[in-house]
Design a protein around this ligand. Structure first.
Ligand code: FES
Length: 61
């Protein structure tokens, strides 16, 4: 499933960027070597990053 239609960034690409240390949507774009175009995907990327951080916090408890 595509998260970012402008740049063809899939959900798995966002997860790979997060696994590589991305903590902001800008870092996800950088990981893919592109930039935000319309920025409609930024909220979903933020949510994925936040979900991942919460999962890590729960795992650390
Ligand atoms: S959908 Fe990601 S920049 Fe447009």
């Amino acid at each position: 499933m595509y998260v970012c239609n402008c740049n063809g960034i899939r959900e798995r690409d966002v997860r790979a960027a997060i696994d590589a240390g991305a903590t902001r949507p800008a870092e996800v774009f950088r990981h893919k070597g592109c930039q935000a175009q319309c920025a409609k995907c930024v909220c979903e990327m933020r949510q994925m990053i936040q979900d991942n951080q919460q999962a890590l916090a729960y795992a650390a408890e």
